[in-house]
Design a protein around this ligand. Structure first.
Ligand code: PLP
Length: 370
């Protein structure tokens, strides 16, 4: 049973939930990277193996979101992301395992190998994918898709927020903090002083923060912003925190009302680079380092930037002696066989350029190194 449900049994009866993930995800020490960085207590939380087919941080959220879809007996979900969205792909894969179809409304991004792979894999798993150049045209076409599918399938599709970061989705990471607490009590890991993770739509970080407070851990969360600043700010954090907290409290009044203060979540901007999905030198170095030392694969859009911040801080700040937990939000399950069979010409034409044009320079160089 989920640790959150153990602590608040009423939530188990009230919250929508379908088991998709392999929980708890392991935590373990990074002995080699620790030596390289000259740190003392460096740990990793392996949400990269949170699912059997596909891992990463979206699987936990989908347990609640797709649980809700099942309760409402919807047969189609519609969600949003950038072209290479891990969230859109995770939604497609796990919705399909429940007999639910996915429509993904996507926005353009900088080209990378993983964009191609995620698009082809989404297609392989039956997603209906669309790309639009601006938020306005995306919204207009979303309204159009909703009408079309309602007429065609007799029901309006269930809308899943970008990144799955609605209050319901964020509850998954409240639970993840309860899970971490159990692992601390079992002696798998000391209470971390710091958690490092990327900030996208922030359901992961905000859910964790709420959960850490609820279980009484003093751990600080360091969030590395990897999307444009308009998507990550104090106001949004507080709003998602309070809405998620209110939802939990409304379903089980034993769940406390908690307060978020300014210093609870440290937002780090300086590892963002030139834009969303633009790999950075420091990110690629971090990826190579953990790959060499620990044989763990990170990505250039999210986790590489977060690890770059961690490495920077160990070098520059006085945190060598602290217990540091790197929360791996990326997938490390191998999707190769699924996408290799698909031909990009079967995708809508708006996606073809990702397969014709070069990937960004740092993605090419990385390939040469390997
Ligand atoms: C979506 C994603 C994130 C961001 O998580 P949010 O909850 O949206 O902040 C981080 N890492 C990876 C690999 C992701 O796919």
């Amino acid at each position: 049973m989920l640790p959150l449900f153990k602590a608040y049994p009423q939530l188990k009866t009230k919250l929508p939930y379908v088991k998709l993930a392999e929980l708890p995800t392991p935590v373990h020490k990074l002995n080699n990277l620790e030596k390289t960085l000259n740190a003392e207590q460096l740990y990793i939380k392996r949400d990269d193996i949170s699912g059997l087919i596909y891992g990463g941080n979206k699987i936990r959220k989908l347990e609640f979101l797709l649980g809700d879809v099942l309760n409402q007996q919807s047969k189609r979900v519609l969600t949003f992301g950038f072209a290479g969205s891990n969230h859109a792909l995770a939604t497609t894969i796990y919705a399909r395992s429940l007999g639910i179809r996915t429509t993904s409304m996507l926005m353009p991004q900088v080209n990378a190998h993983y964009v191609r792979r995620n698009l082809l894999t989404s297609y392989h798993y039956g997603a209906d994918i669309h790309q639009h150049q601006t938020e306005l045209t995306l919204l207009i076409h979303t309204a159009y898709q909703l009408v079309c599918y309602t007429l065609k399938e007799g029901r309006i599709p269930y809308i899943i927020a970008p990144g799955g970061s609605s209050p319901l989705g964020a509850i998954a990471y409240v639970n993840a903090a309860f899970e971490l607490k159990e692992q601390i009590l079992q002696g798998d890991i000391p209470e971390p002083d710091l958690i490092y993770l990327p900030l996208g739509t922030m359901g992961t970080a905000v859910g964790l923060l709420l959960g850490l407070k609820a279980v009484g851990l003093k751990t600080k969360v360091i969030g590395i912003r990897v999307v444009e600043a308009q998507f990550v700010n104090e106001k949004k954090i507080v709003r998602l925190f309070n809405r998620t907290n209110a939802l939990l409290h409304s379903l089980d009044s034993n769940f406390p009302i908690l307060k978020i203060t300014e210093n609870d979540l440290y937002i780090r901007d300086e590892f963002f680079g030139k834009g969303y999905g633009c790999f950075t030198e420091s990110g690629m170095k971090a990826i190579a380092q953990i790959n060499d030392d620990e044989n763990i694969s990170l990505d250039g859009t999210y986790t590489g930037k977060a690890l770059a911040a961690l490495i920077h801080d160990i070098d520059q700040k006085d945190i060598k002696h602290q217990a540091i937990l790197f929360w791996n939000t990326y997938n490390s399950r191998n999707l190769l066989t699924a996408f290799a069979k698909e031909d990009f010409h079967q995708l809508p034409e708006s996606f073809h350029h990702y397969f014709v044009d070069n990937v960004q320079l740092l993605d090419r160089e990385q390939l040469l190194v390997r």
